[in-house]
Design a protein around this ligand. Sequence first.
Ligand code: UGA
Length: 429
Amino acid sequence: MRIAVIGTGYVGLVTGACLARLGHSVICSDRSAEKISVLASGGLPIWEQGLDELLSEASSLNRIRFTTNIKSAVQESDILIICVGTPFGPNGEADLTQLWSVVKQIARHSTEKKFLVVKSTVPVGTTDEIDQWLQSVSANRNIDVIHNPEFLRQGNAIRDFFHPDRIVAGCRTDKAKHVVSDLYKDLPSPILFCDSRSSELIKYASNAFLAMKISYINMIADFSEQTGARIDVVAEGIGMDSRIGEAFLRAGIGYGGSCFPKDIMAFRAMGQKWDCPMPLLDSTVSINRLRPRRLVNKLTDELGMLKGKRIALLGLAFKPMTDDLREAPSLQISRICLEQGAAVHAYDPHVSDYPVPEVVLHRSLYDAIDSSDAVVIVTELEQLRCLDWQIVSKKLRTRLIIDGRNMFAWEEMLHIADTFDMTYISVGR
Ligand code: UGA
């Protein structure tokens, strides 16, 4: 199939590269000349595990091209997949400026039958509005609009593409259903065909449910702390109930990233628009907002005032295996520590540029820890599993480890802390 992927953010690039692997011919288009020139010369504007190899393979097989020329991308393709961002708008609602700009360009440039696949996360009713608008500007331009949400996790996106739990497609016509089936024909997953409003809502409701699970377990973690229960054991016990499931029950410093925070705000704004309050979302957000400050409270409980103290933050991105700092809890944690007069030193192998300039970035893990009063694990970097605790304890000024992600097993860590005379504090246990 001849496919144009419009928008080469992480969703667009991963989708383009994976569709090329499935044998399709893909043109990736983006308005950013800088991004396209990086991609055309074999580079990558973002880091995503396995993407580099997939793109090189697709390029060597001539299955992928990059262009800023949306007109040619549209005219040379039968299927147009929109993957542009729908960021925070002024009142939390999704900002659809980029999406509509692309739709208008598509309308201008397409003359033959096309299938327009909206992969961007859009408020319920948007796909219908696009469809109606396209018909209103020209009834004879035959564009069949489909909503097909993505469920890709950063850091795991390629695996998620090839092994999705489900593919959801909001289609109006049988032809559109056939196109979706052909697009993903080699993937071993069920396809749920539905109307586009349900498809749009499935995306928001899935992300909100996962975020709600995280806030729920964080609330229970706080209660465990007060009562002497252990949240990891509690989460295990809850998760063994197949009706609940074990995923997304890891307590810690809360969710971040480019998706959950934005989508939940947009979902709340949709609730207001449709006059349907969603109090569960309000609670999810307010629990999550308090997580970074709660973590800093653990520091001050142990160290007293932070003025003059040196804090080592390990992991800055919102989760491991990515360089993405959008809504990363590290931002708030480092700002609060700095406000309280601490010096903040940090290590993250994927992050070379940090928007809080007072934070000193180190390229070596142990340099970040050196002479610190506390180590704070903000992101569960795989590399931390091989920490040499003897070195850590020697380098620390005050031997305090705060594990914001509960990445280490409790008994094992108590033993290590005892051996090296360190204080180990985690979340909800
Ligand atoms: C999320 C969804 O998982 C994807 O299905 C969805 O496609 C994507 O958003 C999107 O809308 O594009 P992502 O934001 O990449 O993917 O990351 P997740 O792995 O879901 O983690 C989100 C946040 O929750 C991270 O900050 C993570 O540390 C946190 N988290 C996750 C927890 O605090 N506890 C958990 O148990 C799980």
